[in-house]
Design a protein around this ligand. Structure first.
Ligand SMILES: CC(C)(COP(=O)(O)OP(=O)(O)OC[C@H]1O[C@@H](n2cnc3c(N)ncnc32)[C@H](O)[C@@H]1OP(=O)(O)O)[C@@H](O)C(=O)NCCC(=O)NCCS
Length: 160
């Protein structure tokens, strides 16, 4: 049973079936340089400075380890890996009004597929807040005894 702060493990070599296609006007891709500040600002506004900090790490990786979902000029969501720590996937966040339409599944899928391609065998979801989502989309399983894990003693912004 996931308590809300455990880590989960994803077998990158044994992922569940891919989610159904997204609406044709939605694109999942990596951002290019001029978009990086916009992405981290958006994450701060919609989620938290801590998640924006993690996204900053992913955007600084080469190759970049962050995907965004867009519709026309609107940012709908993001997911990254190798941000919290090496081999970790997340954070992931989708615009509230867009949730439940498959965007999160495609963003997570893009990250775990990329991780597998670059040579990882497993991915770790840290401090899971939506366990059933990760279980369903990526077959994630709980890691016993993983709380607080790598987050133990972490510094936090006052109002997070
Ligand atoms: C979790 C989150 C990224 C999911 O994105 P989404 O675009 O709504 O997800 P999808 O529409 O692709 O859903 C894929 C499947 O997971 C399920 N699902 C989505 N969010 C879920 C949740 N929070 N708990 C359980 N199941 C969830 C959906 O019902 C769907 O299942 P279905 O195919 O049977 O309908 C989004 O709800 C979000 O941004 N939440 C706030 C941030 C957050 O909690 N991030 C995770 C921190 S560990």
């Amino acid at each position: 049973m996931v308590t809300g702060d455990m880590d989960m493990l994803i077998k990158l070599y044994d992922l569940p079936a891919a989610p159904p296609p997204l609406a044709s006007d939605i694109t999942v891709r990596k951002p290019i340089g001029p978009e990086h500040d916009l992405v981290t600002t958006w994450i701060t506004e919609h989620f938290s400075r801590g998640w924006a900090s993690e996204a900053g790490v992913a955007l600084a990786n080469r190759p970049v380890s962050l995907f965004i979902a867009t519709r026309a000029d609107a940012l709908l969501g993001f997911c990254c890996y190798d941000a919290t720590a090496r081999g970790f996937v997340g954070p992931i966040g989708v615009l509230e009004t867009t949730r439940g339409t498959g965007v999160g599944a495609h963003l997570l899928r893009a990250c775990v597929t990329d991780m597998r391609t670059i040579g990882y065998g497993y991915g770790v979801v840290g401090y899971v807040g939506a366990a059933d989502f990760f279980r369903k989309v990526a077959g994630a399983v709980e890691i016993e005894g993983s709380s607080p894990g790598v987050y133990g003693g972490m510094l936090r912004f006052p109002r997070q």
